[in-house]
Design a protein around this ligand. Structure first.
Ligand code: MSP
Length: 544
């Protein structure tokens, strides 16, 4: 047995939020699968967050990529009679194309077969070895081939010796492996989860991890010898590094943390530690326990939060290849064609499995949400206001301060309302509470609607003596719409940019000026605007 080095206490704590620099990651996706809703979901969550905070002026780094080693990939390539590298190149290209077509704004796309990654994984593993966290041992136990995961006896028994992911029988594995001394981190891991309740979110997932932690950590095999498609162990190339260890390290290798001479290190190491690793619940253990333990062993700071979402399901059933009920790219394209790409993003972030329970993907709910939130709220509010300005002021933005002083109408303090929408949306976004963020922004638009119904500008328009009041009302409505559009842009980029063009606004979100732009009064009096119709009604839900 290797010795158990004592880690300095400081490494137990993950870094606090910086408030102005943030690093968010998706899992890296296996290249033996075709892209589906699961991949797009996690990436959409990260993209909305990354866009929002870049626009808010933060220094953001958003990473995604592909996981290309391991037995599964080797097998899939064999079946097709091609090399694993050829298979990886082909499918990684497909993933990358999808990410670009979907308009995702990742700053890098890492592939685990890239030399930059391989080199650093070996450097990290050598460091773990030197620090006494790796030893040679014999593994005999259960193995989930599909997940490439070693399963402890008690967990295997609970699932009737079947994979909890694929349902396929677990296999008995016996092999000589290098082990990672995970057991050395028992106390520090428990302390981390207790001291920092937000380290794993949502709460229910944290409790699960803590429960399993308390059953006791066992050392884990971290190399394999029965196949060769992986990163060779630096000290013994007969072994390849277990794919999960290799994969987890992507979050650090993309920033060059394993190679201080690299360009990546110079320009990107400032982003570490990650603010969020966003992952699906089935891969939480790796991210919430194994990865932090590796980081502690490497004396690197820990991420601030591992966010584990649940699963999209269909008609109450898990999506699986055998049931043929996956929302695949063909199905996704039907939704994109019918409702546009912004609605896809909106549905993902507002009705997805962000919490501890699975979310049902439903064509009729999709349809209803589109009409309630985008057509009847965002669309209707913007078209009502722009139409009235066109009708009553020839499309020229009127003033809210006709006598040099802002008119207050119906006792509504618009600057305060807008300001709280900005604060509430930002705070919710920071917590990855996307439904909360959208509710705060749409709430502002709903207030505009209510204000119009209450003040009845269409009636005032008939009275020439009340033009000042009419102008002030419409200015206030349009200004609230403008501010809402800034807050909505990260979720609905296409339509909000369309709206900005109609409002004569020249905005480049990469300039990071959201706080300045969102201040009340930014809308210039006299600007020529056009009437908009952003979200057309759709007759029938998509059939599937
Ligand atoms: N390669 C590993 C991750 C390594 S990260 C260091 C992997 N890859 S994966 O391609 O299988 O991952 C897919 C991601 O999609 C996971 O986060 C998973 O939770 C997510 N989803 C797969 N099916 C899903 C649903 N039905 N619903 C939502 N997300 C799901 O795991």
């Amino acid at each position: 047995m290797a010795f158990t080095p004592q880690m300095p206490e400081r490494n137990v704590q993950s870094a606090p939020m910086t408030g102005s620099r943030t690093y968010i990651t998706t899992p890296i996706y296996y290249v033996n699968d075709k892209p589906h809703i699961g991949h797009l979901y996690t990436t959409t969550l990260c993209d909305v967050y990354a866009r929002f905070f870049r626009f808010a002026g933060w220094d953001v780094f958003f990473l995604t990529g592909t996981d290309e080693h391991g037995q599964k990939i080797e097998k899939a390539a064999q079946e097709r009679g091609i090399t694993p590298q050829a298979l990886a190149d082909e499918n990684a290209a497909e993933f990358e194309k999808l990410m670009t077509n979907a308009g995702f704004t990742h700053d890098d796309f890492i592939r685990t077969t890239q030399p930059r990654h391989v080199k650093q994984v070996q450097a990290f593993v050598s460091r773990l070895h030197e620090a006494g966290y790796i030893y040679l041992g014999e593994y005999e136990g259960w193995y989930d081939e599909g997940q490439e995961e070693y399963i402890p006896e008690n967990k295997a028994k609970d699932s009737d010796y079947k994979s909890t992911t694929s349902g396929k029988p677990l296999i008995k594995a016996k092999e000589q492996n290098f082990y990672f001394k995970l057991s050395a981190f028992q106390d520090r891991m428990e302390k981390l989860l207790i001291d920092q309740p937000d380290f794993v979110r949502p709460e229910a997932r944290r409790n699960e991890v803590l429960g399993r932690l308390r059953e006791g950590l066992q050392d884990v095999p971290m190399s394999r010898t029965n196949f060769s498609w992986g990163v060779p162990m630096p000290n013994d190339p007969q072994h390849v590094i277990y794919v999960w260890i290799d994969a987890l390290m992507n979050y650090a290798t993309a920033l060059g943390l394993g190679d201080h001479d690299s360009e990546e290190y110079k320009s990107r190491s400032k982003y570490w530690p990650a603010t969020y690793h966003v992952v699906g619940k089935e891969i939480l253990w790796f991210h919430a326990v194994i990865w932090p333990s590796i980081l502690m062993a490497l004396e690197l700071p820990l991420p601030r939060c591992v966010y584990a979402h649940s699963f999209w399901i269909r008609e109450g059933q898990k999506m699986s290849k055998s049931l043929g009920n996956f929302i695949d790219l063909a199905a996704i394209n039907q939704y994109l064609d019918a409702y546009g790409s912004d609605m896809w993003r909106y549905y993902m972030i507002t009705h997805g499995p962000l919490g501890a329970t699975d979310a049902n993907f439903s064509a009729s709910q999709y349809h209803d949400v589109y009409h309630a939130d985008l057509v009847n709220t965002v669309g209707n509010c913007s078209s009502r206001v722009t139409a009235m300005i066109n009708k009553y002021f020839d499309g020229e933005v009127p003033t809210e301060s006709p006598q040099g002083k802002r008119m207050i109408i119906a006792d509504v303090d618009w600057p305060a309302l807008a300001n709280s929408a900005v604060q509430d949306t930002t705070q919710a976004m920071e917590k990855l509470d996307f439904p909360g963020a959208m509710l705060a922004t749409l709430g502002l638009m709903r207030k505009v609607d209510g204000f119009i119904n209450h003040t009845e500008p269409f009636k005032l328009a008939k009275d020439d003596t009340r033009r000042d009041e009419l102008g002030a009302i419409l200015y206030q409505c349009l200004e609230a719409v403008r501010i809402s559009s800034l807050l909505l842009w990260s979720a609905l980029p296409t339509k909000m940019e369309e709206l900005w063009v109609a409002l004569g606004l020249d905005i480049d979100p990469r300039q990071g000026e959201l706080p300045k732009l969102a201040a009340w009064g930014g809308l210039q009096v006299g600007t020529k605007i056009k009437k908009v119709a952003l979200f057309p009604r759709v007759d029938n839900p998509v059939e599937n």
